[in-house]
Design a protein around this ligand. Structure first.
Ligand code: ADE
Length: 423
């Protein structure tokens, strides 16, 4: 770890004005988070807290970072994926004085160096997307994880799964809030956010017509469901592959064809993985694909598509347009890999729309606030956002949308609890 602290490391500070325009655009579409900025900008509950974040550097993330700063926190930031950083946004944050260490196209060593720079600021709260910051704290900065860090938060399904496994093994050193598991996160961000942004990434990278295409979605969790829904909405014929019987049944009842990847491989025009599992598309699948097949991933890590198998079959890829590489199989068939198998929605597009991230990041803000107050008294475990918190965020979102809903009368509330009511 360096002894002298670097102010920031971004691709190009001169991009800051363009990044600031983007951030202002996002602010205008994130009213819940902006209301939190307004409210807690007065009381500054994070004064004295140092927060390290490791999450995609997008315009929406910038709104979260600047809200935490407005609420009194000292914040240091790194990106959580080598290809998801928006360099203009990173520049704007750096120009605004945030110690940020992120640029598009970082290699693995640089990625962990950036995390270490943030941890070098001795945070007492961590914020993760994929849990790399927490894992780094536990692996390379154990003393920090045991002493300085009070608590953390985690944004993704993949990260929460791993943290729960870590907690079960007794290895987690501080409490973590599963932001992903809030209803106002997974039921909106994972479904509608991933659905729209993944299609956005595929279209920016390929410009293909989706109508009439066989569109293979691997994994029918919330993300896969969102992608399938939006692809079907654009006229694609969706095929779902699954390993979980209940998820497969849901896909069938939602009107999609379900089959194995071995069967789908020869049929698909577009393939997208959304499983959180490795080796979903492997050599025998590439070998069976049609000429022109497009392959991409929207799961957190880039191991869902086995790219080594593809290069073993077809040699190196050739970039034919941004985020789109052509691989030519020995018999001349071409398959196109988008965004190097990394998150297509963040690498080839801008990630989820601001309107959705508004709720996800309001959850992050509240989770950090909760942990700043109570984290030090909680055992190391994975904690859920409370139902009241979830409903409060949903209610605020509805209010900002100008929508009103009904309220139960006291009589109805009593009825709901009346186990003697009968028919
Ligand atoms: N994850 C998915 N979309 C995102 C976005 N727009 N900003 C930050 N994280 C994201």
């Amino acid at each position: 770890m360096s002894t002298k602290q670097m102010e920031h490391k971004v691709a190009d500070l001169s991009l800051a004005p363009a990044g600031r325009e983007k951030i202002q655009w996002a602010e205008s579409r994130m009213p819940v988070l902006m209301a939190l900025r307004e409210k807690y900008g007065q009381t500054r509950p994070f004064a004295g807290f140092r927060i390290a974040g490791c999450l995609h550097v997008t315009k929406e993330t910038a709104v979260l970072v600047e809200t935490l700063v407005a609420a009194g926190a000292e914040v240091a930031w790194s990106g959580c994926n080598p290809l998801s950083t928006q360099d203009d946004v990173a520049a704007a944050l750096a120009a605004g004085g945030v110690p940020i260490f992120a640029w598009h196209g970082m290699n693995t060593a640089e990625f962990y160096w950036a995390i270490d720079e943030c941890l070098g600021r001795r945070p007492n709260l961590t914020l993760d997307d994929g849990a790399d910051l927490i894992f780094s704290a536990h692996a390379r900065h154990k003393e920090l994880a045991k002493t300085s860090i009070i608590a953390g938060t985690e944004e993704t399904t993949t990260g929460v799964h791993r943290l729960r496994a870590m907690a079960e093994d007794g290895k987690l050193l501080y409490p973590v809030v599963a932001v992903n598991d809030a209803e106002t996160k997974w039921d909106f961000d994972n479904v509608y956010g991933t659905g729209q942004s993944s299609i956005d990434g595929i279209l920016r990278a390929t410009s293909i017509l989706l109508a009439g295409k066989n569109f293979v979605v691997a994994g029918y969790g919330h993300c896969g469901r969102g992608v399938a829904m939006r692809a079907a909405g654009m006229g694609a014929n969706v095929i779902v592959t699954e390993v979980k019987p209940t998820a497969a049944l849901k896909a069938i009842l939602d009107g999609h064809r379900v089959m194995t990847m071995d069967e789908a491989a020869a049929l698909g025009d577009v393939f997208i993985t959304a499983t959180g599992m490795k080796d979903v598309i492997v050599a025998r699948h590439f070998a069976a694909m049609k000429d022109g097949a497009v392959i991409c991933n929207t799961g957190h890590y880039d191991c869902e598509i086995k790219i080594d198998d593809l290069t073993a079959l077809a040699g190196a890829g050739r970039a034919i347009r941004p985020n789109n590489e052509q691989y030519t199989l020995p018999d001349g068939r071409r398959v196109f890999l988008l965004a190097k198998g990394r998150l297509v929605n963040l690498a080839a597009a801008e990630g989820h729309p601001s309107e959705v991230m508004d709720m996800s990041f309001a959850n992050q803000f509240h989770a950090l606030l909760w942990m700043s107050r109570e984290g030090k008294d909680l055992a190391p475990a994975v904690y859920d956002i409370t139902e009241e918190q979830d409903q409060e965020i949903a209610a605020l979102k509805l209010e900002t949308m100008g929508r009103r809903i009904d309220t139960l009368t006291p009589d109805q509330v009593a009825y709901a609890r009346d186990y003697a009511a009968g028919t």
